[in-house]
Design a protein. Structure first.
Length: 239
């Protein structure tokens, strides 16, 4: 059993991005218009967290993140299915709302025959460095943070209507709204799963989204990799 779990862990790590795309395609990683960094730490040998970064064109990046409820083998299997579905949906990848709607439909069709739906939250964005526009859609996922480093402002990526939309796989055909924001050079988007702030300290209090926002603001001017490392250290050290 331990050997099987070890192999499953290695396979799951392998399906995460091993290198990031550059924009335009002939740029060096240092000169790329979009730059990426990630940290991944599974709660168990295998988990239900997954993300993907795609070059949709020389100017457009698509970033997808999801979190299947629970941990362990069942969540990991659903995650593997979602990865395969995401690959199949590349023709819809430029339209975040349509992309999540079709992903939900496909996932719901697979899971309904099991009689045991798995709650899966997801967030998908498409950013274009030439136009400075970023479009996104949310399926019940924690709101990413958009950091405007030039002004020191941090804001959650939320729909203007304030309306939440359901997680994937629960309903047959819900609609998912596409929203748009403007980004500027130096801006930083931080995507994460709820495992980042649902951390219980020694006093049995949860590290909250409010504390996350405060710590992010204090680290706003740090390079992305350093910000992530210091943020994770602060979360682990929370009382």
């Amino acid at each position: 059993m331990e050997e099987n779990l070890r192999m499953a862990h290695e396979i799951q790590a392998a399906i995460l991005p091993q290198q990031y795309p550059v924009f335009p395609h002939d740029a060096t990683p240092e000169s790329s218009a979009f730059q990426f960094v990630h940290r991944y730490q599974a709660a168990e040998s295998v988990s239900g967290d997954f993300f993907n970064i795609s070059a949709l064109s020389d100017s457009e990046a698509g970033v997808f993140i999801c979190d299947v409820a629970g941990h362990g083998t069942r969540a990991a299997l659903v995650t593997a299915m979602i990865r395969a579905l995401v690959e199949e949906l590349k023709p819809l990848a430029r339209e975040p709302g349509n992309f999540l709607r079709k992903l939900n439909s496909d996932l719901h069709s697979i899971l309904k025959s099991t009689g045991s739906p798995m709650l899966t939250t997801a967030f998908y964005l498409v950013a274009d460095w030439r136009t400075g526009k970023m479009r996104f859609a949310n399926a019940g996922h924690p709101k990413p943070l958009l950091m405007h480093r030039a002004t020191g402002r941090v804001e959650p990526l939320a729909h203007a209507t304030g309306r939440g939309e359901p997680a994937l796989g629960l309903f047959d055909n819900p609609s998912y709204q596409t929203s748009e924001v403007t980004i500027a050079p130096g801006d930083f988007v931080m995507l994460f799963t709820d495992g980042l702030f649902e951390v219980q300290g020694s006093n049995e209090e949860l590290y909250s989204q409010e504390l996350l926002m405060l710590d992010v603001k204090n680290l706003l001017q740090k390079p992305a990799a350093q910000m992530f490392d210091e943020l994770l250290a602060a979360i682990r050290a929370s009382p």
